[in-house]
Design a protein around this ligand. Sequence first.
Ligand SMILES: Nc1ncnc2c1ncn2[C@@H]1O[C@H](COP(=O)(O)OP(=O)(O)OP(=O)(O)O)[C@@H](O)[C@H]1O
Ligand SMILES: Nc1ccn([C@@H]2O[C@H](COP(=O)(O)O)[C@@H](O)[C@H]2O)c(=O)n1
Length: 208
Amino acid sequence: MVAFTVAIDGPAASGKGTISRAIAAHFGFAHLDTGLLYRATGRKTLDGTPALEAAQNLMASDLQGDALRTPEVAQAASKVAAMPEVRKALVDFQRAFAARAGGAVLDGRDIGTVICPQAQVKLFVTASDQIRADRRWKELTYKGHKVTLDEVLSDLRERDRRDSTRADAPLKAASDAISLDTTTLSIEEAVAAAVKEIEARMAAQETL
Ligand SMILES: Nc1ncnc2c1ncn2[C@@H]1O[C@H](COP(=O)(O)OP(=O)(O)OP(=O)(O)O)[C@@H](O)[C@H]1O
Ligand SMILES: Nc1ccn([C@@H]2O[C@H](COP(=O)(O)O)[C@@H](O)[C@H]2O)c(=O)n1
C-alpha cells in the first residue's frame, strides 16, 4: 500500500505546525516538524559545532525542548538551512519518516517541492506579515521572552527573505499545492479547511 503523505509548507509562523499537529491527531498520522531539524542543527553551531557535523549527528533528544523556540535559534536555523550539505544530510531521515505506514504529515519549507514531491496532499499556508508577527510575539511573550513586536516582525521577514532566496530548496509553493491563507481564520477554521482538503483527496483516491 502507498503511504499517505501530507506536505505542509509556508513562511515562518504562518500556522503550519498548529495545523499539522491537529491533522496528525485527527487522522492518526505521524507528524514531523522538519524545522526542528534545522533549529537543532543551528543551535549546535551557536556552541561552536560545525554545521555539517551537527546535522549528521542529530539525535532524537536534540529535537526536544523550548530552548529551540527562541529568535536566536530561529536565525541560526535559517543560516544553516541555506547550506546545501546540511540539507543533504537531513533528506533521508525526512523521506523515511514520510514513508511510514499509517500516514504522515510533515511541515517545513521544501516538503512539497523537494522532500515529498509525490505527497497526496500539499498545502501552502500563509498569513500576513503583521498577523504572523503578532501571533509569534504573543507566543514568545507568554513564554517569558523579552522581545518587541517590531523585533519579531523583522526576524520573520529576515528569515523569510533568506529562506525564499537561497539557491537550494527555497521556500516556495509546489505547483500543485493548495493555498491556505490563515490571516482571518481562527485555529479551528484553519484546521477545518485543511481537514476538508485532505478528506476530499482521500475520497478521490478511494474511487480510483
Ligand atoms: N489561525 C490562527 N489564529 C490564531 N493564532 C494562530 C493561528 N494559527 C497559528 N496560531 C498561533 O500562531 C503561532 C505560530 O503558529 P505555528 O507555530 O503553528 O506556526 P509555524 O508556521 O509552524 O511556525 P514556524 O515556522 O516558526 O515553525 C502559534 O502561537 C500559534 O498558536
Ligand atoms: N523544511 C524546512 C524546515 C525549516 N527550514 C529552516 O529552518 C528554519 C526554522 O524552521 P521553523 O519551521 O521552525 O520556523 C526556517 O526559517 C528555515 O530556514 C528549512 O529550510 N526547511
